[in-house]
Design a protein around this ligand. Structure first.
Ligand code: AMP
Length: 285
């Protein structure tokens, strides 16, 4: 799955990206994070970006496009990725279209987190206060003054992307002012509706539990669920292979055992839950 998270600074893109990464086993590609790492390491890209970032401006398109293109080629991005903070301009979006086409990859969705701008300043102030309380280092561009500049650049340079992706029928807009888990659920529902993700554990348990516990006929839904479960298992097997690649034999065996056990447990739990639901429904009747 390949998606873009779009939204002004402070809209929760980073938080949502991290939650989605855990849920779908994909990687987060944040140009902001990559640039900060380059600045910290003092690389040529970092030296170029340092001042621009500190003042809230945008790093040149060719620099970020180059970083993203290289990153997409890494093996850990094969299963999918979330672009966070990229593209930020129409030329970047066009360059992304080109490079995805070149790499024979398809973009599944662009999720826009729509937020109330006046609430953003509050969010950033709270985040900075919490970080200071925890003794964490605060980003140099996380000040109200720089945020205003970042917001202005979002409005003039990034907001046109909403039109760009809406024209290409890729855009889904979600209310970013909801609670964090509600936003995550809304994104998940949207991805399900677009067919970008498959109904995993729930679907698998429904397929397993229905014929055994209720004697129900194999419905079309159950068949679809079984198919989804099969492909999930296939993906899990593939991921295990990747994870244990290069490990010594005993370590390989142990890792495989752990994955097998976890998958079994998840299937069992899901099946039990569905069976309970069905029994309850029948008792009601
Ligand atoms: P972020 O962490 O996404 O808020 O990014 C922090 C800063 O990095 C931005 O204010 C920009 O200076 C720079 N930056 C990150 N992504 C991009 C991008 N796609 N294009 C240009 N500059 C970027």
């Amino acid at each position: 799955m390949r998606i873009i998270l779009l939204g002004p600074p402070g809209s929760g893109k980073g938080t949502q990206a991290q939650l989605l990464v855990q849920r779908y086993d994909i990687v987060q590609l944040s140009t902001g994070e990559m640039l900060r790492a380059a600045v910290a390491a003092g690389t040529p890209v970092g030296l170029k970006a340092k001042e621009i970032m500190a003042s809230g401006g945008l790093v040149p398109d060719d620099v970020v496009v180059g970083i993203i293109s290289d990153r997409i080629d890494q093996p850990d991005a094969r299963n999918g990725f979330i672009l966070d903070g990229f593209p930020r301009t129409v030329p970047q979006a066009e360059a992304l279209d080109d490079l995805l086409k070149h790499k024979h990859l398809k973009l599944d969705a662009v999720i826009e987190l729509r937020v109330n701008e006046s609430a953003l300043l509050n969010r950033v102030e709270t985040r900075v206060a919490q970080m200071r309380e925890r003794g964490e280092e605060v980003r140099v561009d996380d000040t109200p003054e720089v945020l205003s500049k970042r917001l202005a650049s979002y409005r003039s340079q990034t907001e046109p992307l909403i039109h760009y992706y809406s024209e290409r029928r890729k855009l889904s807009t979600i209310d970013g002012m909801m609670a964090i888990d509600e936003v995550t659920r809304a994104i998940h529902r949207q991805l399900l509706a677009l067919g970008a993700v498959e109904p995993k554990t729930h679907a698998r348990s429904a397929a397993k539990a229905a014929p055994a516990k209720t004697g129900a006929k194999k419905t079309k839904a159950a068949k679809t669920a079984k198919k989804a479960a099969k492909s999930t298992k296939k993906a899990a097997r593939k991921a295990t292979k990747q994870a244990v690649k290069g490990a010594k034999k005993p370590a390989k065996r142990a890792a495989k055992k752990v994955v097998k056990k976890t998958v079994k447990k998840a299937v069992k739990k899901g099946a039990k839950k569905t069976a309970k639901k069905v029994t309850k429904k029948r008792a009601k009747r």
